[in-house]
Design a protein around this ligand. Structure first.
Ligand SMILES: [Zn+2]
Length: 272
């Protein structure tokens, strides 16, 4: 029993791909045993009615979920579940081979159809930060001779950070990163995702941008690639804006040293 889908509001973000092991956010490792998160292929679906596959006090097992489970630096979605007029905040997600346990920290047990509802504003924030993270990554990769990403920390504020393996950064180079990102935003480039043969992706320079983690090979031998039209392509897990102009302009607020090699770029999104 899969339940039926309901589409709420405007599409916030369209392109997405499998979650992979994260840096600083909730760990979520995709394996062959776990299907690709529903949110990856249906990022526009923010509400779903589903029949429970199993239930226990404070948790219900559902075949799938509109909630992105977290990974790749992107935080798990927030939102609610409801049944029989009772509404609870979803406090955790536990993907299994059979479905996804939705936790709601309560002694109650659900009955009948369960309605899941993702917090659209929070998802939008994640899509914006994730898309900007790609643009920053692209600018750093280009301006610093293929420097690789070492971490991402998205937040529920207008600031987040991206870490790179960058031994030396001159202030004027950072200005160039900021300018490149804002130019890409102004260009309004479409953002799309497609699947590609994993081995072919491995053999293509520049598609894997993280130093120590990478999205895994999917069970079908493919990997998700995110394409920012005419600018950048990389393997990644998460949800994104449909085009770069949906993001606000950025400022690089600060650069922190994180060890000898790592530099943390603190990114601020314009408040207007
Ligand atoms: Zn991404």
């Amino acid at each position: 029993m899969r339940g039926h889908m309901r589409y709420l509001g405007e599409p916030g973000c369209r392109c997405a791909h499998p979650g992979y092991d994260s840096y600083d956010s909730e760990p979520f490792r995709m394996t062959d045993a776990l299907p690709r998160p529903f949110a990856v292929d249906h990022p526009d679906v923010l509400a779903l009615d589903l029949a429970a596959l199993d239930a226990r006090p404070g948790a219900v097992l559902l075949a799938h979920s509109p909630f992105y489970p977290g990974g790749g630096g992107q935080l798990p979605d927030r939102g609610t579940l409801a049944w029989n007029g009772i509404v609870r905040v979803v406090t955790g997600l536990e993907p299994t081979a059979d479905g996804i346990w939705h936790l709601f920290g309560d002694d109650l047990e659900t009955s009948g159809t369960v309605t899941l509802r993702v917090d659209a504003a929070f998802r939008q924030r994640m899509c914006e930060q994730h898309t900007v993270a790609h643009l920053v990554n692209s600018a750093v990769y280009t301006l610093f001779d293929g420097a690789l990403l070492t971490g991402v920390r998205m937040t529920d504020t207008d600031e987040f950070s991206v870490d790179f393996d960058l031994p030396k950064v001159a202030p004027e180079q950072l200005r160039a990163v900021e300018d490149a990102v804002n130019a890409a935003i102004a260009d309004d480039r479409p953002v799309r995702a497609f699947d590609m043969d994993y081995d072919a992706a491995q053999a293509t320079a520049g598609l894997f941008r993280a130093k120590s983690v990478a999205p895994p090979r999917q069970a079908n031998g493919l990997i998700r690639i995110v394409d920012i039209d005419g600018l950048d392509r990389q393997a990644c897990g998460g949800t994104h804006l449909v085009s770069t102009a949906r993001a606000r302009r950025i400022r690089i607020l600060k650069v922190d040293n994180k060890g000898r090699q790592n530099r943390r770029l603190r990114i601020g999104l314009a408040s207007e």
